[in-house]
Design a protein around this ligand. Structure first.
Ligand SMILES: [Zn+2]
Length: 424
């Protein structure tokens, strides 16, 4: 998940009204009885230290992109201990298990991602400072994995029986380099793919913020190659750096739409061998995002159209006696956009439940595991798992413990899970 999402979910205000009777009176309408609701509260409250300890343990089990296996195996064992059935790792590396419902038809997926953005050499030792726990990856998304385990136990202790099966998943490849490979597999090849009716992605956060729109993205690396030569004696021959600079300038003039938020960025430029050499190769890495698939295609087509123009301009401007400039485009990432409508069952349910729990609802757009189901028209939301964090994707990342609000938020999420798993 991108840093902005965490901030969006993370900073959405706490509500201080959870002790008001209305906050707990309404959830009785959501299909559970008083005993079950008090059992849910008690389990999350009593097991709160488990959430912290498991978060620390999993955080200290590094899970870089494409290298999530150690953490995945550990989490798979914890899923098994939580009492799920059919616990397994699929071919992509996702780990999952089923909490059986009354029938085997439609299914609810509750997912949190195993991967972090950090390399294997990053120091992931957790440091406490008051009610904050610091470590790279601790919020995004490790704390959600720990919360998921206690959600399962709380539902079991409260003897909650749902109509649908619930598939709890720790998925791989959510972050940039992974390009959603985990959920992509789940929805395109996984054995449950045809049964998924609702999808909830857990990311750090509490307080009622959630993501109902998926920002799509396209990412390219473009290499420009030329003959190269000596900066003095070969002066006058074509230079791939000029072609790339021309392409970047043309791209930077793209008029983004005012309606569907659309962005672009040249994030990395690289190449060349020395200050006194005309480079034989330079490259740039580019990111484009939009809330609208058609706008995303437009900006991407515009970008790709500038490349031959810039290359042709350089080839016609300077000498070709040593060779021409050419370019090569590699697509390094693609996520489709999508959204879950306000009048969908999943969004109506979350609104009612969060309101009843006194959480302040704020919706946002982002790029998360929910991109995949949203782009397929499957009702999906990315919600705050119950504990706040900040500093995602940085070495100063932390989560902040605020037990009463955390417990409330987690219980509200269980209410939502129960409602969705009973269907309309
Ligand atoms: Zn994330």
């Amino acid at each position: 998940m991108i840093a902005k999402v965490i901030k969006r979910i993370g900073y959405i205000g706490f509500c201080t009204c959870f002790i008001q009777t209305t906050a707990y009176a309404k959830p009785l309408e959501f299909g559970l009885n008083k005993t079950q609701i008090s059992s849910l509260n008690q389990t999350i409250n009593d097991n709160f230290e488990n959430i912290i300890n498991t978060t620390i343990d999993l955080t200290q089990t590094a899970a870089p992109p494409f290298n999530e296996t150690n953490r995945a195996k550990k989490f798979m064992e914890l899923l098994r201990q939580s009492g799920l059935n059919d616990v397994e790792m699929d071919e992509e590396g996702n780990v999952m298990g089923i909490r059986a419902g009354k029938n085997k038809g439609p299914l609810l997926v509750v997912a949190a991602h195993l991967d972090t953005v950090f390399g294997i050499d990053t120091d992931v030792k957790v440091k406490r400072d008051g009610n904050r726990l610091y470590a790279p990856g601790i919020g995004d998304d490790t704390v959600s994995l720990a919360i998921m385990l206690e959600i399962i136990k709380a539902m079991n202790n409260a003897k909650i029986q749902t109509n649908y099966d619930i598939l709890f998943v720790g998925d791989v490849g959510e972050e940039g380099p992974g390009n959603l490979r985990g959920v992509r597999y789940l929805f395109q090849k996984g054995k449950y793919k045809d049964r998924i009716k609702y999808f909830l992605s857990l990311e750090p956060g509490s307080g009622g913020g959630y993501v109902d729109r998926a920002i799509g993205s396209k990412r390219y690396k473009v290499e420009f190659d030329g003959p190269g030569g000596h900066s003095f004696s070969d002066f006058g021959i074509v230079n791939p750096a000029y072609a790339m600079a021309d392409a970047i300038t043309r791209f930077s003039n793209y008029p983004v739409p005012t309606k569907d938020q659309t962005t672009f960025n040249v994030g990395i430029i690289e190449g060349g061998t020395s200050v006194n050499s005309i480079p034989h190769s330079v490259a740039m890495t580019v990111d484009m995002r939009s809330a609208s698939n058609s706008e995303l295609n437009k900006v991407s087509e515009y970008f790709l159209a500038q490349l031959p123009i810039a290359v042709e301009a350089e080839n016609s401007k300077r000498a070709l006696n040593r060779g021409k400039i050419s370019y090569k485009v590699t697509k390094i990432g693609e996520r489709a956009s999508g959204f879950t409508t306000k009048d969908s069952f999943i969004q109506k349910s979350i609104t009612e439940i969060y309101k009843a729990y006194g959480l302040s609802i704020e919706t946002s757009a982002s790029s998360t595991d929910s991109n995949m189901p949203m782009s397929m028209g499957i009702e999906a939301l990315t919600i705050g798992s119950g504990i706040n964090g900040d500093g995602a994707h940085s070495l100063n990342e932390y989560i902040e413990i605020d037990k009463p609000n955390n417990v409330k938020s987690i219980v509200a999420n269980i209410m939502l899970i129960n409602v969705l798993a009973n269907g309309k």
